[in-house]
Design a protein around this ligand. Structure first.
Ligand SMILES: *[C@@H]1O[C@H](CO)[C@@H](O)[C@H](O)[C@H]1NC(C)=O
Length: 349
């Protein structure tokens, strides 16, 4: 009985953490930005901060009936501007109908009727809502869980989840990107430039196993056998000569191979995705079975074990199970459930 309760608490605690709109503070944001200017406060949509030399040097709150718009860096009327931290707050003030993300549950979206009411819709199993396109997408990464939501538009910042990568923030969104101009393959958040020496000093654990660095060269990776076995790639409908070959050690790393026998250059999938060698693409980890450490390159505390009857606790590598009343672990929604989730990782035995 004791153990049973503990497991429920573990999952409940992780639900709580996962449901935070973001876990970032203004200091976390400023640390990633080499520039100077206003940012939004991730815990209060009326709040703002001012970054300089990678630190929050000033902060404050917009006046009554105003919210801070981080993309424009100004206080704007809540009757026309969504609150970046709460759908409920947006709907209570906004005067025209609008769809916004439910920041407490990325599977859901909220519809404000423009007259103070809120209604929720849902993207279905495995879906996440994207506020920028007001559409549902395949998860698991939540598009809104992005520091760009609180940063000005058209700037470059470091990726807080993957030191050495950068994000180009545009209108509140951006994806983690690696510097590719060899040898300058590391982004330095302090200078806002790519450089050849690694500026990252420990403390960055989300990328999981890190035996590889972006741009690392392998003489073996593109051997004829593996190259021929790799999926042919098409770009704009045309088959291209190069292929991506799995690194065979991580779930998220692959080698770029110009042709069979060429030098392989290691690269990694965007955060939240993993490399499916059968497709030659980075995809949702739940959509295929990777037999290496599935905790790599995802910001998840738990990842399902094939079949979804147990899950891996990513911090320790230990395996745990859901309570017998809801025995399946759904890694996309981070819940224990009594119906087997429809992801490939769950359906295979
Ligand atoms: C999120 O919303 C979906 C759809 O309404 C629901 O099935 C799911 O249980 C919710 N997840 C959490 C963590 O509350």
């Amino acid at each position: 009985m004791e153990a049973f309760n503990v497991r429920i608490c573990v999952v409940a605690a992780c639900l709580f953490l996962a449901s935070q709109a973001t876990g970032y503070t203004m200091d976390d944001l400023c640390k990633q930005w080499s520039g100077t200017g206003y940012i939004g406060n991730p815990s209060n949509c009326r709040g703002w901060g001012y970054c300089k030399n990678q630190q929050t040097v000033k902060w404050g709150t917009c006046g009554d009936e105003l919210v801070f718009n981080a993309q424009t860096g100004s206080c704007e009327y809540a009757t026309t501007t969504p609150c970046s931290t709460s759908a409920v707050q947006t709907c209570s003030a906004i005067k025209s109908p609008i769809y916004v993300a439910n920041l407490l549950n990325c599977t859901e979206y909220a519809h404000c009727d423009g007259q103070g009411k809120i209604a929720y819709g849902d993207c279905g199993v495995g879906g996440v809502f994207s506020e920028s396109t007001t559409s549902c997408k395949w998860g698991p990464a939540c598009p809104q869980d992005n520091i760009c939501r609180f940063m000005p538009s058209n700037i470059f910042v470091g990726d807080p989840n993957k030191c050495g990568n950068y994000i180009n923030c545009i209108n509140g969104y951006g994806t983690s990107t690696a510097c590719t101009e060899s040898p300058s393959i590391y982004y330095n958040a302090a200078t806002g430039k790519c450089q050849s020496t690694n500026p990252c000093t420990g403390g960055n654990t989300n990328s999981g196993d890190s035996q590889f660095t972006v741009g690392q060269i392998s003489e073996e990776a593109c051997n004829t056998e593996d190259f021929d076995a790799a999926e042919a790639l098409t770009v704009d409908g045309e088959t291209v000569d190069y292929k991506y070959v799995s690194d065979s050690e991580t779930c998220y790393g692959y080698y770029y191979c110009a042709k069979a026998g060429a030098l392989g250059y290691w690269n990694q999938c965007p955060t939240g995705t993993q490399f499916n060698s059968k497709l030659g693409k980075c995809v949702s980890p739940a959509s295929f079975v990777c037999t290496h450490n599935r905790c790599g390159n995802v910001n998840s505390k738990f990842m399902a074990v094939e079949g979804c009857l147990s899950y891996t606790i990513c911090s320790s590598g230990a395996t745990a199970s859901c309570p017998s009343t809801s025995k399946y672990y759904d890694e996309v929604n981070n819940i224990c459930t009594n119906t087997i989730p429809k992801y490939t990782i769950c359906s295979s035995t």
